[in-house]
Write a protein that binds this ligand. Structure first.
Ligand code: PLP
Length: 368
């Protein structure tokens, strides 16, 4: 371990980063539980898989060629779907890369970033990596967004504000009045980033954030992904839509040139050509989520409101113990470890069979 003692000046912001808490890997879960029938419900993947059109588009794929660094065809398809110009879209190796690129583009050491807690880990981690300080607004009673507290933080003019709506890990989405109040509080000096990773799962009366932001004169970026509703998590493709061309240019400069691989670009285009598959999957997940939420509530546990493909549940016991019990039944969930939320788990809505197994194992835990 000689190298560890060398006085190598590494970037202190990076060296001090907290680790990203990814869901337990299925191979590890198999090893730990001694079971083969693992239900992986920790990472909000799509239990229905992806559209068969995506698999067809990948047959005969030639990996020997570089991908298109500009994602020209995919951007054109997105621009058509969203009725915007393609120049305002920046595609990433997952929307997580766009979170990093936005921080790299908009932040300097010492900048202030706002977000909410509990929130999406990378909103904090990438801001810290850029040398920013992070201020967090707690979710309000009943675990819905505390709009007045978010407005108060925005009035202090942070350089950037990250907001995932629908929320991960909690689940609720801002309504029209809430989002309007937040947009109205964004200063010209603030970049407002609305992370809509779960937008496809929202309720009918929940606004499309992109449509609401389009008519404003603030600086904004909306993040969306193919990882959740479209079921392409393993291929890594997500994107940012920006308020203006300057932000899109700087965001493009902040990513690596060939960031989105050719298979991912091809798959995403095919996924957009079969939105019917996505909508059918979202419908099934929404119904299954409601059923599961009712079953968990019937156990006397608090379930946060959700417009996503997961549920955030207060188990009333330390979440690590709950995780262990569920794992012994071959079920992997995400135990929450943030202060005041150590009794919560986040569980992805799975297949009907996986959901029944989860509900049964949780009932067993609760009733002892
Ligand atoms: C899953 C998720 C992402 C990351 O998605 P990728 O496109 O797979 O990188 C971003 N934001 C939120 C809130 C998420 O839940």
């Amino acid at each position: 371990m000689k190298a560890e003692r060398l006085p190598l000046p590494l970037n202190p912001h990076i060296e001090a980063l907290p680790p990203y808490n990814a869901g337990m890997n299925l191979a590890v879960a198999r090893e730990k539980s001694g079971r083969d029938d693992i239900a992986g419900l920790a990472s909000n993947e799509n239990a229905d898989g992806c559209s068969p059109a995506v698999l067809r588009a990948l047959t005969g794929f030639d990996p020997s060629r570089y991908s298109d660094p500009n994602c020209t065809e995919l951007k054109a398809a997105l621009a058509h779907k969203l009725a915007i110009t393609p120049e305002r879209v920046v595609v990433g190796n997952g929307s997580e890369e766009m979170i990093a690129a936005l921080c790299r583009a908009a932040l300097r050491p010492g900048a202030r970033v706002g977000t909410v807690v509990p929130g999406f880990g990378l909103h904090e981690i990438e801001a810290l990596a850029a040398g920013a300080t992070v201020e967090k607004v707690a979710m309000g009673p009943g675990l819905v967004f505390d709009v007045p507290a978010i407005v108060t933080l925005l009035q202090t003019k942070p350089a950037l504000f990250f907001l995932a709506s629908p929320s991960n890990p909690v689940g609720p989405a801002l309504d029209r009045a809430g989002l309007a109040a937040i947009i109205a509080a964004v200063a010209p000096e603030t970049l407002f980033v609305l992370d809509e990773a779960y937008v496809e799962f929202r309720d009918a009366d929940t606004p499309d954030g992109l449509a609401m932001l389009a008519g404003t004169d603030i600086a904004w970026a909306v993040l969306r992904t193919f990882s959740k509703a479209y079921g392409l998590a393993g291929l890594r493709v997500g994107y940012a839509v920006t308020s203006d061309l300057r932000l899109a240019r700087v965001l493009s400069a902040a990513k690596t040139p060939f960031n989105v691989n050719a298979a991912a670009q091809r798959a995403a285009i095919a996924a957009l050509e079969d939105e019917a598959w996505m909508r059918a999957s979202v419908n099934r997940v929404r119904h299954a989520r409601q059923k599961l939420a009712d079953e968990i509530s019937a156990l006397g546990l608090f379930v946060a409101p959700s417009e996503t493909n997961f549920l955030f549940i207060d188990t009333g016991s330390d979440s690590l113990g709950v995780q262990e019990h569920l794992l012994s039944s071959g079920i992997v969930v995400k135990p929450w470890r943030e202060r005041s939320f150590e009794t919560f788990i986040r569980v992805t809505v799975g297949t009907d069979d996986q959901n029944a197994r989860f509900a049964g194992a949780l009932r067993e835990f609760v009733t002892g």
